[in-house]
Design a protein around this ligand. Sequence first.
Ligand SMILES: Nc1ncnc2c1ncn2[C@@H]1O[C@H](COP(=O)(O)OP(=O)(O)O)[C@@H](O)[C@H]1O
Ligand SMILES: [Mg+2]
Length: 521
Amino acid sequence: MSTVSSLFSLMHAGYVLAREGVISALPSDPLPPPARFMKKMAGTIRRRQATERKQSERLSIALNRLGPSWVKLGQFLATRPDVVGSEIARDLELLQDRMEPFPRDAAISQIEESLGRKIDDIFTEFSEPVAAASVAQVHRARRRSDGVDVAVKVIRPGVRSRFHHDLDTFYTAARLQEKYIPASRRLRPVAVADTLAQSAKIEMDLRLEAAAFSEMGENTADDPGFRVPHVDWELSGRDCLTMDWVDGVKMNNIDGIRAAGHDMVRLSQNLIQSFLRHTLRDGFFHADMHPGNLFVAPNGDIVAVDLGIAGRLGKKERRFLAEILYGFITRDYLRVAEVHFEAGYVPRHHDVASFAQAIRAIGEPIHGQSAETISMAKLLTLLFEVTELFDMETRPELLLLQKTMVVVEGVARTLDPHFNMWKTSEPVVGTWIRENLGPAGFISDAREGLHAGLSLMRQLPELSARTQKLSEEMAAMSENGLRLDDHTVERIGKAEARHSRWGHIALWVIAALGAIALFIR
Ligand SMILES: Nc1ncnc2c1ncn2[C@@H]1O[C@H](COP(=O)(O)OP(=O)(O)O)[C@@H](O)[C@H]1O
Ligand SMILES: [Mg+2]
């Protein structure tokens, strides 16, 4: 029975997507004829206004119309270009999670129920909502006990039960895909739905967001220039989260920051270094660092809010990341390649040297650029594209990191257009490597230049085997230059075919859904 109702929900979704013009804006050429016909039909029910809008806007409108769970789904899929393709992911990234606020009275009932106390016993003042999104909204209040101003985040009434219902629908869609579209199995749609369910569950229980604030607060207690608001556990529960009110200018208000007299260059460095410290040192990073969630406090500190999405990296992933960044900095592509094998991310049957060659194809052009245009996020993006060619399994936590890095780097660049990623990240990445990898000192020597590093490494018996191999490779590469061998070229071809094939299928499914909805009506 629940499957039937899920199917109807899917058809309804297809209908809304068609009506807002999402489906008819998808490219036609990869579609098989029946789907192309259905897509045409979808065009006939499109609203007239929809044609004037950009695809990203149409998606945003359609998903908002479908409700909070679909907005969550859209935001989640924006982080998974491996599943929906990079074009749709980019459109979804622009999805605005802004909804009509719910009434102040409803928020008060939520709080009173969650805490079992009367609002007047807790707060002397409680504002109208200051911001509202699909899952929660925020009010400003004054705490009765000490007269301090706080922010109170309140869950949208009924959002959890609604999400549970919609989740059934998503699972049905995922199961249908796995059953009828064998090519989609590699992407494990049901597992994707599992991940969505898990992250939404976390976002819809504010005690967990409170715990994330508290953990990050402890991690960063002694760090300069970065903090998160302090949580008031006594006034927090599943449906409401009370924390210190942050006074300051938002990072999306560049003029405001400048007017307040802050040092933009220092802010951008501080932002990147804080983020890298959280990632490498703590293995726990804020995964929604858009400028609307970042404040600059009057004393120049960066204060982050909105910790509903956080990422974790285990020691192994952190080591992997540091070695990769370091390998690119020192142009040690073989090392970058080896790290992938050592971590077990790339199957053993691949050839390390060919892999290193592909990685060199990413690294060398970047070294030709001026330092100011080098982007760590871009580097990781390209790297993950290449690693896919060598059957590297998708690592969602690294993907989340790369996505976040794109955002963080973007913010740093708006603060300081001359921002230099390598120079800024070096103190954090270098320190972490010195303390965590290899004999101390060796790395800092290597940083002076590859040759100095190599000669030092030759003196260290335990490293000599690796060095020998490394220098041979380097010699071979510098002689032969960059030449993609047949094997690599063939792999690139295959992967591209695989990519576009999946793109076709995704389009096909969406078109079919819209069309089914049409006929049902
Ligand atoms: N501690 C705080 N101090 C001041 N303003 C806050 C605080 N927490 C949230 N806000 C405001 O409320 C908005 C929404 O809160 P946020 O936690 O980002 O929720 P959402 O998940 O809906 O984006 C923020 O963008 C910010 O303007
Ligand atoms: Mg936010």
